[in-house]
Design a binder for this molecule. Sequence first.
Ligand SMILES: Nc1ncnc2c1ncn2[C@@H]1O[C@H](COP(=O)(O)OP(=O)(O)OP(=O)(O)O)[C@@H](O)[C@H]1O
Ligand SMILES: [Mg+2]
Length: 252
Amino acid sequence: MATIALYSNKGGVGKTAAAVNLAYLAAANGANTLLCDLDAQGSSTYYFRVQPGIKRKARGLAKGSKEILDSVKATTYAGLDLLPADFSHRRLDLEYAERKKPTERLAKALEPLRSEYDVVILDCPPTINLLAENIFMTADVLLTPLIPTPLSVLAHRQLLDFLSEHEYRPERLYAFFSMTDLRKRLQREQLTDARKTLPRVLQTVIPYLATVEQMGVQRAPIGAFAANTPAAAAYRDLWAEVQALPLKHIPA
Ligand SMILES: Nc1ncnc2c1ncn2[C@@H]1O[C@H](COP(=O)(O)OP(=O)(O)OP(=O)(O)O)[C@@H](O)[C@H]1O
Ligand SMILES: [Mg+2]
């Protein structure tokens, strides 16, 4: 079982788009997959046409209990389940702060789910609080979408430093370029520069493409409504690269 977090403390960089498409591709390639929507906004829940909300008895992801399994919903795609967003997720960090071992609460809450799946993908909210530290503790790989602009690259450096300083094993953090417009000279320069100076930047570049925006209208992963497009191909390339990372075994 491999846990892959789509994480960035910057908002609107393509985390959810990647989480939804990678989860779809993992399942389409035969891995029994769970997508966990950790964001109270519920975007990935919306894309899969699932109702948000976790059963009250399970108390969201605040408490570690087997009841969480009752909240998992099937999607319309074979091998792909979803743990929906819940409004309570907005204050998970506050709940965790009051508990023992506050950085290990999410790992504990996900434990009953992880054993059921080959791949668990976490769609994370854009925060760097105690919930983020829980994500750093529980993920095998952190995947960060990076827009090739100076501020995004700076934020990524800060994240690498944070992980190092707090001993969160920064060697698990990978970046991929997201929402790129390589007609812009600044973006081309930033991309080239970042490849030279940042560690573990994947080869795949996800361009800024209208097909990705269409996901919001279609409410489906790209492979389901536009499989023969450059956007679909870009996410397939990304999944191929992610599969080849030093993760625990992902069935191909
Ligand atoms: N490659 C892309 N090309 C065009 N539009 C994109 C691309 N990736 C994402 N978008 C659009 O940009 C918006 C933000 O994307 P997304 O929701 O994936 O970002 P996010 O990092 O999850 O945001 P948040 O931090 O709010 O959770 C969405 O409307 C999405 O459709
Ligand atoms: Mg999101």
